[in-house]
Design a protein around this ligand. Structure first.
Ligand code: ZN
Length: 341
């Protein structure tokens, strides 16, 4: 084999940020992805359909000429979100989900939800209008160990939520544990999960052994290798309710905290490098990479969006990624050096 051709993929979880960052993040994703689910945790957050449409316009203004990138917008769920907003989101062709951040769980989550039960009427509206709920699934209790926060969220929040709203479509975002894999496997067809390249490539030993490597810090934090292996097994199992996503958790570099700066500059894990790493390490992964989720109707359906319209006629074959094995090896070696592997 001397070359690999990857069908144009979609990105089901991206942080494009806002302002000046868009001139970098948007061209970056538009060059390899057809569409992306755009996360709403800006400052201030994307709270209404009007906010989402304005943000969408800012994104589209940065798409390089010749690319047909389509941002799929989401709204940020807060304690103040109303059923009317849900109805409006359902009616918009550009809004494809509502993101739930437990308050304080991750970057820009200060406006997130503080309790689920008062939001039950909102979940009811989402169930009725068939608007998917995208969840950052970690408890924020300071007494809960950071490595147990996802597992605790499943038990305390997700299981009761799924039982109470069986028709609500849920995407458990960037899962990191075998517990989450098991939860998805046992859940109904309405419940799916994203898995990032970051959590497939690394475990907490990469982060901590020999000294903390801040560039590998990303929330939810890396877990034990047994969880990494469970995630790898899930994404290669053929179960289309596990979707791969690259990791582009970019954060502003305008900070004095060196650890945070490191996080901002390193997770550039586009398919063009992270997928190659996987390919070079584990040959069985090749089939997985060459069967992009965007061609899978079940996968696409989970986000309630139409099948991809990116036929070769819309995007010429020359725009697809084709890389020689030599180039892959070269880049892989460079990244290994960078990652200290
Ligand atoms: Zn995220």
């Amino acid at each position: 084999m001397t070359s690999l051709t990857l069908t144009l993929p979609d990105d089901w979880h991206i942080h494009l940020r806002d302002g000046a960052a868009l001139s970098t993040t948007v061209p970056d994703v538009a060059r390899w992805a057809g569409r992306a689910i755009v996360m709403p945790n800006l400052t201030p957050p994307v709270l209404s359909v009007a906010d989402a449409l304005a943000y969408r316009d800012r994104i589209l203004a940065e798409v390089p000429e010749g690319y047909a990138f389509e941002p799929l917008m989401t709204l940020y769920l807060t304690d103040q979100t109303t059923s009317a907003t849900i109805a409006e989101a359902a009616a918009s062709p550009h809004v494809h989900g509502i993101k739930l951040y437990p308050a304080g769980a991750t970057t820009n989550s200060a406006s997130g939800v503080t309790a689920l039960e008062p939001l039950y009427p909102i979940f009811e509206a989402m169930e009725m209008h068939d608007v998917p709920l995208l969840i950052h699934g970690e408890v924020t209790d300071s007494h809960c160990d950071i490595f147990d926060r996802e597992k605790a969220f499943i038990e305390l929040a997700l299981i009761p939520l799924v039982e109470r709203f069986p028709a609500l479509r849920i995407v458990f975002e960037h899962i990191t544990t075998g517990d989450a894999v098991q939860f998805i496997e046992n859940a109904s067809q309405n419940v799916a999960a994203t898995v990032t390249a970051h959590h497939l490539l690394y475990n907490r030993n990469h982060l901590l052994v020999g000294g903390v490597k801040p560039h590998l810090f990303c929330l939810p934090v890396l877990k034990r290798d047994q969880h990494q292996l469970a995630l790898r097994a899930a994404v290669t199992s053929g179960n289309s309710r596990f979707f791969w996503v690259p990791t582009q958790h970019r954060i502003p570099v305008r900070t004095r905290n060196p650890a945070v700066v490191a996080r901002a500059v390193t997770p550039r894990m586009r398919p063009s490098n992270s997928m190659q790493k996987c390919l070079m390490r584990r040959v069985p992964w090749i089939d997985w990479k060459l069967s992009p989720a965007s061609t899978d109707p079940t996968f696409t359906d989970c986000h309630a969006i139409p099948r991809p319209s990116h036929s070769p006629s819309k995007r010429s074959l020359s725009q697809r990624k084709s890389l020689s094995t030599g180039a892959l090896l070269c880049r892989f070696e460079r990244e290994k050096k960078w990652a200290g592997l």
